[in-house]
Design a protein around this ligand. Structure first.
Ligand code: SF4
Length: 388
């Protein structure tokens, strides 16, 4: 085993064909010329950043967005080759790219393979075309099926499908149909999140003010039922839940996300990307024009850093609990002691006891987990782990 510290890379591609109605991610449409310029600067950033993390080894790379698959295949290949050439990427690193149906072709898949991609994440959200239209997605379910088939034919053996419940107009029945269709395809991994109405999106204008609007959002009880049906259907099909919203076939959890939830350092590359490295949290410049301008300057890439925050012991303990409790295996008191030199029960004993009484947490020494009810109310539970 290598004694190098572990590092995960997140590479942000901020381009999409058009904006979905619920999306608050940093993404926008752009011409091919702008995409090319961005990719050139991104490669410069990769080269510049690699110098600061020589004593780390990269265990995973996640290229997300936006829609990375909107880029010509050669651009993606160039970025991945730069990452491979300049960082110490482990041979067995998990390398994921996000793909949106309707943006893929065989040549792109060939480039991904050449760039070392070994995991594909496909954004489907729903198998119902009407729901997809309401969301403002650019694709139909058939487009997804075509992409899924292309990915399999290209030999990719580790595929995630992203789904979303609690959509406007969605019924329990239509959600079950979506799950059934996707489970029949047997992807290795499924992420199933509930729609969140984010400020600044068209959906917020429509639904964020509590007025009656068509199509309506499912009520709270239906939403909860969707959540429970998800777990049952997944488990009946051989998928295990390892995080609140993530399911996989045994041994095929997303290593990149697991690393993030268990506190592995991560370096974000590209527009607006977040990082947490060597006890510092920071973000990159999030304005595209400024990002491109800064790339030519002498202090690049340090001039991209924003919101730099040095984590203290309290921040790190809170994060350990917030992230670790998302996992079905929970957090370990032994690991807490190992990391922070303090007994977890001395710091959080009264909160854990209180949450255990409310049947939101379960304790099996030395581990603490969310119960099924705790998973339903995870935000409420987590809010009690903030330290004064
Ligand atoms: S494809 Fe994803 S990133 Fe792009 S607009 Fe839609 S939700 Fe946002």
């Amino acid at each position: 085993m290598s004694d190098k510290k572990k590092l995960e890379l997140y590479i942000h591609i901020p381009f999409c064909e058009r904006k979905c109605a619920y999306c608050d991610f940093l993404s926008m449409p752009a011409t091919l010329g702008v995409q090319r310029q961005y990719v050139e600067k991104l490669i410069d950033e990769i080269i510049g950043e690699s110098a600061g993390v020589r004593d780390y080894e990269v265990t995973s790379i996640f290229m997300g967005g936006g829609t990375p698959s909107i880029l010509p295949g050669e651009y993606v290949l160039g970025v991945l080759q730069a990452a491979g050439d300049y960082f110490n990427v482990r041979k067995d690193a998990e390398i994921t790219i996000e793909i949106n149906p309707g943006t893929l072709d065989e040549h792109k898949l060939k480039c991904y393979r050449e760039g070392g991609v070994n995991r594909i994440s496909l954004g489907l959200q729903s198998a119902d075309d009407w729901e997809l239209r309401v969301l403002g997605r650019i694709h139909t379910y058939d487009d997804f099926l075509k992409s899924y088939q292309q990915v399999r034919l290209a030999g990719f053996a580790n595929v995630n499908v992203d789904l979303m419940s609690a959509l406007p107009g969605q019924t329990l029945n239509s959600w079950e149909k979506t799950l059934k269709k996707v489970l029949m395809l047997r992807p290795e991994h499924i992420s199933a999140y509930s729609l969140i109405i984010e400020e600044g999106t068209p959906f917020y204008e429509r639904y964020g003010k509590g007025e009656k609007t068509f199509p309506p959002l499912p009520d709270e009880d239906t939403e909860r039922e969707m959540y429970h049906v998800t777990r049952t259907m997944m488990e009946d099909s051989g998928y295990h839940r390892y995080e609140i919203s993530n399911y996989s076939r045994p041994g095929l959890e997303c290593r990149h996300n697991l690393g993030y939830w268990t506190g592995v350092d991560y370096l974000g590359l590209g527009l607006g990307a977040s990082s947490c490295v060597s006890g510092f949290r920071f973000k990159k410049e999030s304005n595209l024009r400024t990002y491109i301008e800064k790339a030519g300057q002498e202090d690049f890439p340090a001039n991209l850093y924003r919101e730099i925050h040095k984590l203290d012991q309290k921040d790190r303990m809170e994060e350990f609990m917030f992230l670790g409790l998302r996992l079905t295996e929970g957090v370990s008191g032994a690991e807490f002691l190992d990391r922070f030199g303090q007994n977890m029960w001395n710091v959080y004993g009264s909160v854990i006891e209180d949450m255990e009484k409310k049947e939101l947490l379960r304790v099996e020494h030395p581990r603490v987990f969310l119960t099924e009810r705790g998973m339903d109310l995870s935000n409420y539970v987590m809010s009690h782990f903030l330290l004064d």
